[in-house]
Design a protein around this ligand. Structure first.
Ligand code: UD1
Length: 422
């Protein structure tokens, strides 16, 4: 199994390119199911989750040509509507095929994703929305079986009790081919949702309220969509935020290219409060970091608030601040698995419920640590960049799910990091 070996202490410098956003590419790939004609996607990140979802399309009978950052997908030949356990169990986001499969084929079966390391993560809101559009849903044998009414799904007013990114995405995709108008109230507003809505709108579907918490979609009444233009995946705001943290924790000046600063306002504001400064140009950000960071208080929330997907990385940063930081996780009940691993590196983090107090320490020390989920793993890498001595980060298959060439990009900036195999 691969692991990363990092020798801490190197200052970073130079520039790297940010890859396309995994969390945008996933719903965009799922949305290609809404079409029975070829679709081209560009700026895909080279990460395992993308390959997993493309594989699912081929299992369903679609044709996929995937090379470097581009995929040509043709779902005209799709002849199965069963998203099998073998794929869904590898990646929860496979649930995103539920809405588009149901809308295009009138029925489908998708394995239930189950819980994961960061919490239970139910899909009840996805199912409720599809039921409101007329679907009959049954859970049997570990699968969600969904069936549209005679003639197809119909538009509905859907009020989410809780803001859900995946639930909003599934609903938008199902609504695109439904009969009539669907209004989603309390929709998620993440940039990934905006990209999905813009993709669907580019296929002549009328969508109002893109980027807002109320989205209205006029469905095509069953007619598959045509995407004439290639869809370019937006920059990965979480990857960008992670490299900003890498610069900040090592007291470095680093430039990120191919990035959208608008999407990372919440992280920029927190880094600024910790003493970092920025030069922001079109598609580029340079971060200048102080020798010692100030402490920070963070509460995770939905976009445009502070993202839960950056919580672990900021906790790593906070370990090196000059005072105590408080970090509260409000989205996922179990997203603190990195705490004990950071403490193995010498951090002093105290946890009660969903609140962590991060007390300052003079130095972290290299050790063997284990990645537990995608973003927790990157927090360990960040801590290892400043830890004295050598840190081995194991179980990096979590990192490979979502970071494109992490060790390559960090090496390019001057970090001492190597991928090894035991
Ligand atoms: C997406 C992101 C993930 C990010 C999360 C929150 C992708 C592929 N993943 O995950 O990286 O951490 O948004 O920003 O884009 N919930 C329910 N019932 C549901 C659906 C969700 O109770 O039917 C709850 C979840 O358990 C969680 C909260 O709602 O507490 C938000 O989850 P959601 O926004 O749906 O996250 P994902 O789409 O799974």
């Amino acid at each position: 199994m691969d692991y990363l070996q990092i020798t801490g202490g190197a200052k970073l410098s130079g520039a790297i390119d940010i890859s396309g956003a995994k969390n945008s590419a996933l719903p965009v790939i799922a949305a290609t199911i809404l079409s029975d004609q070829p679709v081209t996607l560009t700026n895909l990140p080279n990460v395992v989750d993308i390959r997993t979802l493309l594989k699912l399309l081929t299992i369903l009978g679609g044709e996929v040509e995937h090379e470097a950052e581009t995929a040509k997908i043709n779902n005209a030949t799709m002849n199965s509507t069963k998203a099998v356990y073998e794929i869904v169990s590898k990646m929860r986001a496979s649930i995103l095929v539920l809405g588009p499969l149901l809308a295009r084929f009138g029925e489908c079966e998708v394995s239930l994703p189950g819980g994961c390391a960061i919490g239970q993560r139910p899909i009840d809101l996805h199912l409720k929305a599809l039921e409101a559009m007329g679907a009959k849903i049954e859970i049997k044998g570990g699968y969600v079986r969904a069936e549209a009414p005679e003639g197809g799904l119909h538009g509905a007013k859907i009020v989410f009790d809780k803001i859900t990114v995946g639930g909003t995405e599934n609903t938008v995709m199902a609504a695109a081919l439904a009969h009539g108008k669907t209004t989603i109230v309390n929709a998620a507003k993440e940039p990934e949702i905006t990209q999905l809505c813009e993709m669907i709108a580019s296929a002549d579907v009328k969508i109002e309220g893109i980027g807002s918490s109320e989205i209205t979609i006029e469905g095509t009444g069953g007619k598959p969509l045509i995407f004439n233009e290639p869809i370019e995946i937006i920059p990965d705001r979480i990857e960008a935020g992670t490299y900003l943290c890498a610069a900040a924790i090592t007291g470095s000046t680093v430039t990120l290219n191919k990035v959208d600063a608008e999407h990372i306002n919440a992280s920029l504001a927190k880094l600024e409060s910790m003493g970092c400064r920025f030069d922001i140009a079109e598609n580029a950000i340079t971060i200048h970091s102080p020798d010692r960071l100030r402490p920070v208080n963070i509460i995770t929330t939905e976009y445009p608030g502070f993202p839960t997907d950056m919580q672990a990385q900021f906790m790593a940063l906070a370990t090196m601040a000059i005072g105590e930081s408080i970090i509260e996780e409000r989205l996922f009940e179990n997203r603190f698995m990195h705490v004990s691993e950071l403490n193995r590196l010498g951090a002093d983090i105290w946890l009660k419920g969903n609140i962590a107090a991060v007390r300052p320490v003079a130095q972290l020390f290299g050790a063997d640590v284990m990645a537990t989920d995608l973003r927790a793993s990157s927090a360990l890498v960040l801590a290892a960049l400043v830890a004295k001595g050598v840190t081995n980060v194991r179980r990096i298959y979590h990192l490979d799910r979502g970071y494109d060439n992490l060790e390559g990009k960090l090496s390019q900036l001057g970090a001492k990091i190597e991928r090894l195999r035991e």
